[in-house]
Design a protein around this ligand. Structure first.
Ligand code: NOJ
Length: 543
């Protein structure tokens, strides 16, 4: 089977469900305890059976792994521990055979400190051409001993690191909005712009259908690198006024990339040029500003992190749905719903943990998958995995060290998937559990794909049914659901389209259904004709 053409004039990505693979934790093909590309390819039929439309694979490039692979030493190669270029080609071919589009990460804000450009910069003098691809500056203070400005790293501590001067002694500082091993590029440098066009073309030639653009909002820094100012870093992720967030020059750049994607020839199996997609990962919480990333001629999708961050509260959820739909509709873009990712606490844990967390995660999944627009799932979400506890001495996230051990970071959602069997590593690898790169919890036997496979009450069965019904009841291309519900937010309902109505009960009391409504799917067994607490039901209305 080759990648199918869209059935109608609606671009495939507008209502696509994309599955995020974190390759080192998906499946290990060579038994070294680390997931790899052959492992992913061998298990891709799991995505086919789930019923998703696309796969996004997070960085598989050579990396010293200072930040889970988002510190890239070579943007057009494959990390040796993950496989070869032929393994990548085999992954793309298998995905296309299964009818899945392939998205990969573009990480333009920074490189690894092991990237040849940064090594050359360190070996070169202040003011040299090699340093000008990054953001090197002299320090403040009498002897340059203070960072050039007050910017903070997203992982804690100053966003600047001082390097030795070429002849010895302390020298300039370089900017890193993330870990010190991730120096920021200067996006006003023409070689940086040209190199990323080369990188885009390289992967398009290898058959990818789109890109997830990492921290798309931070590429340009305000001229002069001004201080953010006192108090500005208190809620760093939400402050779009940061001088390193959301600068105007982003938009002409994204338009250039879009033209490239829309015109570069496609190899067999890949979608044709006009159907490729870019999805922005941008922590821009003002919906109107986020909408600019997906305005005509720019990217097609932007992750809606407001849904992921919304607590289990009907009033707040209704507000998120209404604001998200209105702002994206204003620019003709779909909302791109997200409930989990390799950066977030898993929904089961976020919504309270245990049986309650699982019950709400099931209800949230049906709510999200009923909403018109695109959706991204993260590996293990379909199994209802909770956040795993990773012992202190096995933590790898730079947040752990850089926060002075106050924040454990994101490793708990990155432990290897449980596939089968009753003990770790649950079919993830032929290595022993002790030799796997992250330890898995000892109580995941009931959460494996194998254990859930034939259980109609499992999370896996719920996701499979939901994706099948969702495909059978497409939302109209420009759908703007009218939300309904009482003022106290105890329940929320909307029509996805003519064939599917969704109702979520956030409150404690059962919500009776209208007589004659046909029940298509429920996240928890109904109590007669009433929807119990923390439950979503999909209905076909009696006409
Ligand atoms: C966002 C990625 O999702 C995250 O994992 C990474 O740490 C940062 N960008 C920096 O690249």
């Amino acid at each position: 089977m080759s990648t199918p053409e869209p059935e109608s004039g609606t671009p495939w990505w507008r209502d696509a469900v994309c599955y995020e693979v974190y390759p080192r934790s998906f499946a290990d093909g060579n038994g070294d305890g680390v997931g790899d590309l052959p492992g992913v390819t061998a298990r891709l039929d799991h995505l086919g059976r789930l019923g998703v439309d696309a796969v996004w694979i997070t960085p598989f490039y050579p990396s010293p792994l200072a930040d889970g692979g988002y510190d890239i030493a070579d943007h057009t190669a494959v990390a040796p521990d993950l496989g070869t270029e032929a393994d990548f080609d085999a992954f793309v071919a298998r995905a296309h055979d299964l009818g899945l589009r392939v998205l990969i990460d573009l990480v333009p804000n920074h490189t690894s400190d092991a990237h040849p450009w940064f090594r050359e910069a360190l070996a070169s003098a202040p003011g040299s051409a090699a340093r000008s691809r990054y953001l090197f500056r002299p320090g403040r203070g009498a002897n340059g001993e203070l960072p050039p400005n007050d910017w903070q790293s997203a992982f804690g501590g100053p966003a600047w690191t001082r390097v030795p001067a070429p002849g010895g002694g302390p020298g300039e500082w370089y900017l890193h909005l993330h870990a010190p091993e991730q120096p920021d590029l200067d996006w006003r440098h023409p070689e940086v712009v040209a190199d990323f066009e080369r990188i885009l073309r390289h992967w398009l030639d290898r058959g990818v259908d789109g890109f997830r653009v990492d921290v798309a909002h931070t590429l340009f820094k305000a001229p002069g690198l001004p201080d953010a100012g006192p108090g500005q870093h208190q809620d760093i992720l939400r402050n779009h006024l940061m001088p390193y967030y959301d600068q105007e020059e982003l938009h002409p750049l994204f338009r250039t990339w879009r033209r490239l994607l829309d015109t570069h020839p496609a190899p067999p199996g890949a979608v044709p040029p006009g159907q490729r997609v870019m999805v922005a990962e941008a922590a821009v919480f003002d919906p109107a500003r986020l909408a600019r990333y997906v305005s005509p001629g720019e990217m097609q999708q932007a992750f809606n992190f407001a849904f992921l961050e919304c607590p289990w509260d009907g009033t707040e959820m209704r507000g998120v749905v209404e604001r998200s739909v209105a702002s994206m509709r204003a620019v003709g873009a779909p909302v791109t719903w997200v409930a989990s990712s390799h950066d977030a606490i898993r929904p089961v844990t976020r919504y309270g943990g245990g049986a309650l967390g699982l019950r709400r995660a099931r209800a949230a999944a049906l709510l999200m998958l009923a909403l018109p627009g695109a959706a991204y799932l993260y590996q293990g979400e379909e199994l209802g995995l909770p956040q795993a506890h990773v012992p202190d001495d096995r933590l790898r996230d730079p947040l752990w060290e850089r926060s002075g051990h106050r924040e454990r970071g994101r490793d708990g959602c990155r432990v290897p998937l449980p596939w089968e069997g009753t003990a770790a590593p649950y079919g993830f690898s032929t290595a022993t559990a002790d030799d796997c790169w992250f330890p898995q919890p000892g109580d995941w036997a009931d959460l494996t794909v194998e254990a859930q496979e034939d259980d109609p009450a499992s999370m896996l069965a719920l996701y499979r049914s939901a994706l099948r019904l969702r495909h059978a009841a497409p939302a109209p291309a420009d759908a703007a659901p009218v939300t309904e519900g009482p003022a106290d937010g105890s329940w929320l309902a909307f029509d996805r389209g003519p064939g599917l109505r969704c109702l979520t009960n956030f409150g404690p009391d059962p919500v009776p259904l209208a007589a004659g409504d046909e029940i298509l799917l429920a996240s928890t067994p109904l109590e007669g004709r009433a929807v119990p607490a923390d439950t979503t039901v999909w209905l076909r209305r009696s006409s």
